[in-house]
Design a protein around this ligand. Structure first.
Ligand code: NAG
Ligand code: NAG
Length: 378
């Protein structure tokens, strides 16, 4: 406790000192895209971005944003959860300084509720708000996070569970993968089938309890990429032993890790394709697969890995990493299902933050991607 307190004090003195970031002060889209529906939509397939009143998130340390504001050379600060910078839900800054899904959503609805501010853990409401991600969490823990989130939403006097449209962003799987190789490549209880069932269980709990909800899953990434980050960097290599013994296990080759990650990606796609979460008109589940095909870490023009993207442990994202990931996640969110990028170039800083399609101004779902006109009432 004491050590954590000292670290917080230290970090508050030096955090943000000179860490690079990514924001879009000039971002504009057609003004029609920022309007709410004339009446609160009843179909999940006709929800405009401005109709979304509540944002939440579930996941692990990548959603708790461990280390995102850690000063360079201070790996101890990776224990700090910089939730206010988290790509899925951080609200510390505005989009002009730092991209997150929440900071983008604020432009559509300045009163959106649920985004995180500051540094702290999931049980500190003032910091975390509806970000219930817990460092170290595996897929089997997401159901518990979902229950905690539902309870907080129910108890909140300003949220109407029944009437308010909610966006819940989930990113999970890295810690499952870290345990996977301990089972000789079979995955054991981290095998694909278990991962898939854990996800289904968690999303089903959300569906059973949260009407008017869009669940947006950030698809699994290829962790073979990690070894390319710490290649020849003794300092980072040592830290990975602690964080991910599987990643360090040289008997489990890059190809093995990559194949196992792709099994998880397949599981996620199978859940979408099954349609099990598209049986009612007030709930849906969408997969954002932009990470799937990425095999190389972000590089600098000189061919070196761009460590500005990463926290001092070379595993978690820095604030710049969070902002860049958020940019690609948003660009994926606004693409129709079936036409979403399964791979993006993390090294290309010229990729813009895109605008939703004026001809289908809704949060893209399986059904409005097949036939948008059916949900267009204006
Ligand atoms: C993995 O395989 C090796 C060699 O066959 C064996 O010695 C080890 O006990 C196995 N580990 C597990 C967790 O099954
Ligand atoms: C990604 O972008 C960088 C920077 O623009 C470029 O050098 C590289 O060739 C691109 N990679 C691919 C695979 O297109």
């Amino acid at each position: 406790m004491l050590r954590a307190a000292v670290l917080v004090a230290l970090a508050s003195c030096i955090a943000f000192a000179a860490l690079p970031d990514l924001g879009y002060p000039q971002w504009t889209c057609d003004s029609s895209l920022f309007q709410k529906s004339k009446k609160v939509p009843t179909s999940v397939h006709g929800v405009r971005f401005a109709d979304i009143k509540v944002i939440g998130a579930l996941g692990d340390s990548l959603t708790a944003a461990n280390g995102a504001g850690a000063p360079k050379g201070d790996p101890l600060a990776v224990i700090l959860q910089y939730r206010g910078l988290a790509f899925q839900i951080g609200g510390d800054k505005s989009l002009s300084e730092h991209v997150t899904i929440a900071n983008i959503m604020k432009l559509f609805n300045p009163n959106i509720l649920g985004y995180s501010n500051g540094i702290g853990s999931a049980n500190v409401w003032e910091i975390s708000k509806l970000n219930q991600a817990i460092p170290g969490a595996e897929s089997g823990d997401v159901s518990g996070q979902a229950r905690a989130l539902i309870q907080i939403i129910r108890d909140h006097p300003q949220i109407s569970v029944k009437d308010d449209w909610k966006l819940i962003n989930i990113f999970i799987g890295a810690n499952d993968m870290c345990a996977y190789c301990g089972n000789n490549g079979t995955g054991g209880n981290h095998a694909k089938a278990n991962f898939k069932q854990n996800l289904i269980n968690a999303v089903q709990i959300l569906k059973d309890n949260l009407p008017r909800t869009i669940v947006s899953l950030t698809g699994m990434f290829d962790m073979g990429m990690l070894r390319k980050i710490d290649h020849d960097k003794y300092f980072c290599d040592g830290l990975h032993v602690f964080e991910c013994p599987c990643e360090k296990n040289r008997g489990f080759t890059n190809d093995d890790i990559s194949a196992a990650c792709h099994l998880y990606m397949d599981a996620e796609q199978e859940i979408v394709d099954s349609g099990i979460f598209d049986t009612t008109d007030d709930f849906t589940f969408v997969l954002q697969p932009f990470f799937n095909g990425i095999t190389v870490p972000p590089m600098k023009p000189d061919g070196e890995v761009d460590l500005d993207w990463f926290a001092p442990d070379c595993f978690h994202f820095s604030q710049l990493g969070h902002a860049n990931v958020a940019k690609h996640l948003w660009n994926n969110i606004i693409q129709p299902v079936g036409m979403k990028d399964h791979k993006v170039n993390l090294s290309d800083p010229t990729i813009p933050l895109r605008c939703p399609d004026t001809s289908c101004p809704f949060f893209r779902t399986t059904k409005n991607s097949a036939n948008c006109a059916a949900y267009y009432h204006e």
